[in-house]
Write a protein that binds this ligand. Structure first.
Ligand SMILES: [Zn+2]
Length: 240
């Protein structure tokens, strides 16, 4: 039974936290359970500048490599700590900083389009916060406009912004959904994410055929017919 798709149900308590069972923290990590819809970030997260962070991480990553016994005088390895530090701060985790949030402009719905709009197959790479290895996949988004519409590329940018932080798939799905509700000024938003986790594929159970599906349905998308319509569009075979 290697091929499997998991539909994750998310339960929130009164404080908007995801409810936990009594699992140990270790198990939580391996089972990819998240604890909060908001990324757990400290208040002093941005007291260091980006260049100070690069310097600090470079130092610590040097230690990790040294502890592993690697010879950092080797030409191939000596640039790695700095490369990793820059990649963390400037690329794969730059979505931690709200200053990097894409600015969104909405346009009047001049053509009076009132059906759902679906943008599917938005590809993304993010990083599992339990193992610090990538997971990647496709996000599919739908919304019904409230009189204003958004430029299509902005949907990709919002996905990428939230993907560029240590993540769990449930939180990524919900953060994208809630942000879209806010910027589009409507509850009628759906997000579906189908992703492959390297920490499941390359280690642990070593299963590289399974994928994980998570969904966020707001407003009208809680109605069965809207949900069905959305899912039907996702199955459309398109050849270009
Ligand atoms: Zn993981």
């Amino acid at each position: 039974m290697k091929q499997k798709e998991t539909l994750l149900n998310i339960r929130l308590n009164a404080e908007n936290k995801i409810e936990l069972s009594d699992m140990m923290i270790d198990e939580m990590g391996n089972d990819h359970v998240s604890t909060s819809v908001d990324t757990p970030i400290r208040e002093d997260a941005f007291e260091l500048s980006d260049s100070e962070k690069v310097k600090e991480i470079e130092k610590h990553f040097t230690s990790i490599m040294q502890i592993l016994g690697l010879d950092l005088t080797d030409d191939s390895l000596k640039g790695t700590p700095k490369r990793v530090a820059k990649m963390y701060v400037q690329e794969i985790f730059n979505g931690l900083n709200p200053a990097n949030k894409p600015s969104i402009t909405l346009f009047e719905n001049k053509y009076g389009y009132n059906e759902m709009l679906v943008e599917k197959n938005i590809s993304f790479y993010t990083c599992c916060e339990h193992h610090f290895v990538p997971f990647n996949g496709k996000a599919h988004i739908a919304y019904i406009n409230s009189g204003k519409v958004i430029g299509l590329s902005k949907l990709n940018r919002i996905v990428k912004y939230f993907a560029k932080r240590p993540q769990v798939q449930e939180r990524l799905t919900m953060q994208i959904g809630k942000e879209l509700q806010k910027v589009l000024n409507t509850l009628d938003v759906a997000v579906l994410i189908d992703a492959k986790h390297l920490c499941v594929a390359s280690r642990g159970v070593e299963d590289d055929t399974s994928s994980t599906v998570t969904a966020f349905y707001g407003g009208a998308f809680n109605e069965e017919d809207k949900k069905t319509e959305f899912l039907k569009y996702l199955n459309l075979e398109t050849k270009y």
